[in-house]
Structure formats: C-alpha cells, structure tokens
Design a protein around this ligand. Structure first.
Ligand SMILES: Nc1ncnc2c1ncn2[C@@H]1O[C@H](COP(=O)(O)OP(=O)(O)OP(=O)(O)O)[C@@H](O)[C@H]1O
Length: 257
C-alpha cells in the first residue's frame, strides 16, 4: 500500500502470559473507513490503546503520517492529529458540554510554567478562540443546544457525539472510534454516522471497532480482523463475510453479543 496513514510492524503487548496483541503488522489506508472486527477479547481495544499512547507496546513499532510514534503519549499524538474515542465515554459529568469540549486542546499557554501574569492577554485571546472553535464543533455534531447542560445529564448517544466533538478539537487526520454505535439509539446512530461520513468525505481517515456486522458492512471498507491478538484477515468487507477463518473465529469464541 502506497503511503499508509498508519502502519504497525510486529506490534505486541502481553499481560502476564497472555499475548493480548501479538506481532500485529497492519497498514491503514489514507482516506478510508477501516473496520476493525474480532470476537470479544481479540485485542481490539488493547490495539487502540497501543496506537494512541494509552499503553506502551513491549514489541514492535507504530508509524503515523510518516513519523515513528511508538510509545508517544496521547496528548502529543492528539496534537499531531491522531484522535480516539472510547467504548464507554467518560466526560466530566458536572462540567458543561461546552466546557468538556474546551478542555480537549493540550499545551495551552495557561499550562506553561511561565505563568498567567505575563500572558494574561494572550490567554484570554486563546480562551476565546478555543471557545469559538468548541461552539463550532458542537454545532457540527448537533449538540449546540446542549452546550450549557451538565455533561453527566445527556444521553449515551449524545455522549458519543460529545466524544467526537472533543476529538475534532485536535483537527485530526485519523480518528479511531471504539464501538461508536454500541448503546446508541438508532436515530442518534444515524446522526453520528452521518457526521463521520461527512468528515470522511472531507479527508479524515477512520478506523472503527464495531461488533455490529451490519454496521461494518454498510460503512467500512476495508476490514481488518483480529483473533487472539493476531491479524487473521485483511480485505474487502465483502470478502470478510465469506471468509472461513473469520467464521471460525466468531463461532469458536464465547461471545455475549
Ligand atoms: N489491563 C489488562 N490487564 C490484563 N488483561 C487485560 C487488560 N486489558 C485487556 N486484557 C485482556 O487482553 C485481551 C484483549 O482484550 P481487549 O479488551 O483488547 O479485547 P477486545 O477485542 O477489545 O474485546 P471486546 O470486544 O470485548 O471489547 C483479553 O483477554 C483481556 O481480558
């Protein structure tokens, strides 16, 4: 594949004797919506955690947009344009929706040791810019009317939209979505996927973990499948449907989905 946006080589992480991610080498095509599938416990979330700096690998490398990012912390990756959402969103419940979005950018002047006095004017200008951007992003994800609501009081689906809004504050080139449709009502799922597809048309690359095969078939191509920490399939979504390895992996797994 020419110029993948993300590539791993021999990536691995063990928990004790369990190889949760085992020598994973894969490439993510720039501009694509790649589906990441696999039975429960296959290592999908652990792989996301390795790609986004939440966990450090004990083997292998990750390259993002031509740069070695292995082991880099998530705030640096966010600044480089690599964002992710979580399977279970965890906003600051008592802060407003808007404040949660405004918290997303890192490396603000106020956080520097140089201190607030010297930079008060710049800080205020920066805060205003961040606020304006956050309002724009909330408008895009259709949460503008809820900007002043406590984030803990919005629905599960709205929390997923809030997660997307927070990620968008980093102007991401690549967004990793962990089960965006799980636990979301069908109307909000449509809103969410509509926004994801709009961003994709504008050039944002996505990798999406999803158990709902119907969702994967409709929205993702290509598909990468993991089982027991290893890549067992990479190909088109059509080919995934009839692949015997995949059928075995799913039928052989104890799954509650
Ligand atoms: N922090 C941890 N400590 C020990 N074992 C872990 C840890 N995180 C994950 N595991 C184990 O690693 C394996 C991979 O888990 P992971 O959550 O990555 O799978 P998954 O494919 O995302 O599963 P699901 O679809 O159920 O979310 C599982 O056997 C899991 O129990």
């Amino acid at each position: 594949m020419a110029d993948p946006i993300l590539a791993t080589d021999g990536l691995g992480l063990s928990f004790g004797t369990l190889k949760a991610v085992d020598a994973v080498s894969l490439k993510v095509r720039r501009g694509a919506m790649t589906g990441l599938i696999g039975p429960n416990g296959a290592g999908k979330s652990t792989l996301f955690n390795l790609l986004t700096g939440a966990l450090k690998p004990d083997a292998g490398t990750v390259r993002f947009d031509g740069q070695n990012i292995t082991g880099m912390p998530s705030d640096r990756l966010f600044a480089l344009g690599l964002g992710r959402t979580f399977q279970i969103p965890r906003p600051f419940a008592r802060m407003s929706v808007l404040e949660n979005v405004m918290l997303a950018p890192k490396g603000q002047i106020g956080e520097a040791i140089a201190g607030p006095f010297l930079f008060r004017g710049r800080m205020q200008a920066q805060e205003r810019d961040i606020r304006n951007k956050a309002l724009e992003v909330l408008d895009f994800v259709t949460l503008d009317a809820l900007a002043d609501h406590p984030a803990g009081q919005i629905s599960g689906g709205q929390m997923k939209l809030l997660e997307l809004a927070r990620v968008l504050m980093g102007d991401p080139k690549l967004i990793l979505l962990d089960e965006p449709a799980a636990g979301v009502n069908p109307v909000l799922t449509e809103t969410l996927i509509g926004k994801i597809e709009e961003l994709n048309r504008q050039g944002t690359t996505f990798v999406i973990i999803e158990h709902d095969m119907d969702f994967v078939m409709r929205h993702c191509d290509p598909v990468i499948a993991l089982a027991e920490g290893r890549v067992i399939f990479e190909g088109t979504s059509d080919a995934a449907l009839t692949n015997p390895m995949l059928l075995d992996a799913y039928l052989g797994a104890t799954t509650d989905e």
